[in-house]
Design a binder for this molecule. Structure first.
Ligand code: NAP
Length: 242
């Protein structure tokens, strides 16, 4: 893609910050969304302070903003997500469960719909990435809300890609697993102390054995995937796919 507009949720830290920095380094324009702004992005791109647990407001704001932008190649990366404390779902406080699903599943669907509507007439390349996880494809005890979010994103991508395929110049959509990354989310997993999370040591081992990718390396892998000519051929993919 030549210079494109990248809209990245969860741009304040972790993978999202890495992707914003990488997109800027490649000469793209970036709009970042998160509850906090990243000082590393200040003066380099527009950042919105946005709580994706209130996704209707954010999606409406994005749609109105996009309607004012000139047509350009554009990529929406739905990256923001959060974990509830590992353990069985009946032990998760109801508000925490609802918030996780709003941020991790409801917001990506609403933002994607807003993006598709606002850019429908653009005769440009339009791409949507939903940052998924191996846990959307493989169940694990102690993380049912997270598994459900990510499986939901995967199947949304399959169905939405079919919708776009029958439109003239439809967007291309991929639910993409980014690998295992050295971010706050991994700290939360390996530091979990509650009952009902038998795989905690798997995450401790990822860290101890140096198997976590840096956010920068993972970000580069996602952006390389976005740039692939076959992006969208498989709506459910992994950055490690050949
Ligand atoms: N780390 C891994 O090993 C791994 C593996 C597979 C998939 N993933 C996926 O990769 C993505 C990024 O994960 P990460 O590891 O980078 O996580 P992270 O370090 O915990 O960062 C999460 C990001 O989401 C944002 N966020 C959380 N709640 C939000 C809210 N209510 N409104 C707006 N933004 C919110 C956070 O920003 P604020 O706190 O400023 O709002 C932050 O920028 C997620 O979708 C995750 O599921 C990660």
């Amino acid at each position: 893609m030549s210079q494109a507009l990248y809209i990245i949720t969860g741009s304040s830290r972790g993978l999202g910050l890495g992707m914003a920095q990488e997109a800027l380094a490649q000469g793209h324009r970036v709009l970042g969304l998160a509850r906090q702004q990243a000082s590393a992005l200040q003066e380099h791109c527009e950042q919105w302070t946005a709580d994706l647990a209130q996704p209707l407001d954010v999606a409406a704001r994005l749609e109105a903003w996009l309607a004012q932008q000139p047509a350009t190649d554009a990529v929406l990366i739905n990256n923001a997500a959060l974990l509830t404390d590992p353990g069985p779902s009946d032990a998760v406080p109801p508000l925490a469960l609802s918030t996780a699903l709003r941020v991790g599943l409801e917001a990506p669907l609403l933002l994607t719909a807003a993006f598709l509507r606002a850019t429908a007439k653009w005769q440009t390349a339009r791409k949507v990435v939903l940052i998924s996880s191996g846990l959307g494809r493989r169940a694990m005890a102690g993380s049912a809300p997270y598994c459900a979010q990510k499986a939901g994103l995967d199947h949304f991508a399959r169905a939405a890609a079919l919708d776009e395929a029958i439109k003239p110049n439809g967007a291309r959509i991929v639910s993409l697993a980014p690998g295992v990354i050295d971010t706050d989310m991994q700290v939360q997993l390996r530091s979990a102390t509650g009952p009902g999370f038998p795989d905690r040591n798997v995450f401790a081992d990822y860290h101890a054995s140096g198997r976590l990718a840096s956010p920068q390396a993972a970000a580069q892998a996602v952006l390389r995937y976005v740039a692939r000519s076959d992006f969208g051929a498989n709506p459910v993919a992994d950055v490690r796919d050949a």
